[in-house]
Design a protein around this ligand. Sequence first.
Ligand code: PHE
Ligand code: ZN
Length: 877
Amino acid sequence: MRTETPQPIRLSDYRPPAFLIDKVELTFDLQPNTTRVKARLDIRRNEGMAGEPLKLNGERLKLISVAVDGRKLGEGERSVGPEFLTVAEVPDAFALETEVEIDPENNKALEGLYMSGGRFCTQCEAEGFRKITYWPDRPDVLSRFTVRIEADAKFQHLLSNGNLIERGELPGGRHFAVWNDPFPKPCYLFALVAGELDVLEDKLVTMSGRTVDLRIYVDTGMAPRAAYAMDALKRSMKWDEETFGREYDLDLFMIVAVRDFNFGAMENKGLNIFNSSLLLANPETATDMDYERIESVVAHEYFHNWTGDRITCRDWFQLCLKEGLTVFRDQSFSADMRGHAVQRIKDVKALRARQFAEDQGPLAHPVRPSSYLKIDNFYTATIYEKGAEVIRMLKTLIGAEAFRAGMDLYFERWDGHATTVEEFIKCFAEVSNHDLTAFFTWYEQAGTPRVRLASRYDPAKRTLDLELAQQTPPTPGQPTKTAATIPVRVGLLDQDGRTQAFERDGEAVDETVIVLDAAKAKVRLEGVDRPPVISALRGFSAPVVLESDAEPKDRYILLAGDPDLFNRWEAGQELARELILSRAKGRPDDVGEERFAEAMGRALADQAADPAFKALLLSLPSEPDLALALQPADPAAIHEAREALRLRLAVHLAEDLRRLHSGLQESGEFSADAAAAGRRALRNAALELLAANPRAETAELADGHYRGAGNMTDAMGGLNALMLIGGPEYELALEDFYTRWKSEPLVVDKWFALQARDPDESALGRVMGLTAHPAFDAKNPNRLRALVATFANFNPVRFHDPSGAGYRFLADQILAVDRYNPMTAARLVDVLGAWRRYIPELGQLMKAELERIAKADPLSKNVFELVTRSLGEDGAG
Ligand code: PHE
Ligand code: ZN
């Protein structure tokens, strides 16, 4: 067991910084193993902080010297520990100079200054800057940075935030560059890159007529692959001007792609750093999904310039202030680019798969948590995706115009400052005259509310009475819950599936928003002429689980013709979910399944529907999603039941699916746009469904699809179908794929991930074997995630092997990776954390692995925190 228990950081303990730093000059003498960092800080004491010692964060730094106002401090005048440098006596205003030495090449935590592909790069959010120099590493200390970088000339590009103000040669084959960032920023937004890179350049004229240079730096030879990211960047910049009135503020915007990165990408001021998987694309190597993610992440990081960089967080508890808001902004952008309904469905699918699962387990936490051990563990679906849902509800509640006015006020009032969620919400309360006190519950209360909807139609009075009730299950540390403010968007159809108007408060409408802000609410809709079919929670107007007394026949009517496409899709998902779960519980409904297959056939035949939408309609709820609805979850039973429904659809719809498959075949030039991607998605979804019926002709079709593919989307579609069918064609194609792409790391990641998703019995053995493959490298987070995280998260039937071997494998990986990269190791823990939701024979084995991890010594704070929370208090208990 560990000797000391780490102490949590609490929101209630927040105190303003004792010292402020107006200006800093940093000098880097870059050497792979012995980089010297000199820092000159202009420090002044914050008001009301007399007598406080100067306490700076610093970890893994070799201290060379410290001086105050030019005078070197002796050993007795300062104290240096593993986490802090403390100077007891300092004046109220002074210059602090420090020099430290660090070892970037051996930094495999990928936090602070490290090397990737022979280049220097940095990652400072959340607390990486303290591994570069001594500093008050907290987001509410904002400074103006000047950075001088010196390096061997072979590190050709020397980059940092802001504007380049000087560069030149140095003796001994070295050179230097000096950067100045005019905008005060917290240290987590600092960035430095040095190395050989190719650059793709472009320009953009902003709304006020300024020309901004745009540069994307990538591996040598890869510049053409940055073209799509560049295009997405320009569209993002224009969109933020048009939608939020936000203009870019520096003369230069740079993005750098690196292969070794713990997360997706980082919004450092003027110098975004990206995981190369979210930046590089061409039709041969990237799928449509890659294109889509590149577009949204480029937008996300760019949007942070205003929501994150210009206005930042006072403390890390406010993380959703920048992340939830920025996800909301990137989702809105993607919806404008690619279609609102399809985008909404995809966002909700992701929310349910990740956030709802999190909210139902021991790691559930509020959108604004109140304590943590390692903030790295809170870059979660709750803070990001649920955080975005909260903003979306806010907009629904106060209306689009007031929402925009509130954003304007927020930008005006808080520009250049670090602030809190309270202050953000205050802006909207002020402009809209809404009391948003109760709305704040969404930030402080964890758990997914259940909303029950009951209805009574009175044909004589032409009234529809709706009764809504909400209840949020307990979560760790929050046994009792209060009512949240839940906007429920409602419309009515008639029995023939036509929209039916009604009256609310005397006004004729097609649709209305009912605000449920107490435990229960009753609402009467009038002027309802015909027996209604209720379309509730349209567009998924709140992140809740809706339970209604509607009959399956209503769902069929919605599936056939709800003008709200989200609910049309949702009706299909609900029907499928019920059929699969009842089969998994040993009560197959053959008649229902046939009926469902027929309805799907009609939906596919609808010529007016968007192919991208049909592709979503065709894919059944995922196994992890189904596991949330079946308690306790039995992954094997779920897999079998889902496959049975897939087989029925494949048989029943064989003709239609084949017709779609041949009819949607593209000739001519590749286009990455949403329409072309939608056609490919539908064609690949048809093939995937056909693969549920593994006959010789299906294998042949899949093989032809793979071999004839002109782009990576179709190649993966073919390979995926072959994998589902199995057999020699699959093995040959797998080998062919590897041989063809072995020198392309991002494609090799796909090759690993595909095998990790294989539902065949051999998968566990295959995955374990692949860790010994020469191309497997656990030090690279992309590769590790491709194999290990994909297997644990997306292959439930094989991960939950009754022997427990899947769990043991995952725990071994966590322990091994934790030795050098705690942030990434910790992100593998949550699947095991769900142990209580599984049948006891599995749950106990999962728990045993968590216990084994907990006993390991050493163990990082990151993994320790998640493992102890996973084993600790159960919200339901
Ligand atoms: N702030 C990054 C984002 O835009 C995420 C991130 C966090 C990246 C921590 C690296 C490290 O979402
Ligand atoms: Zn972000």
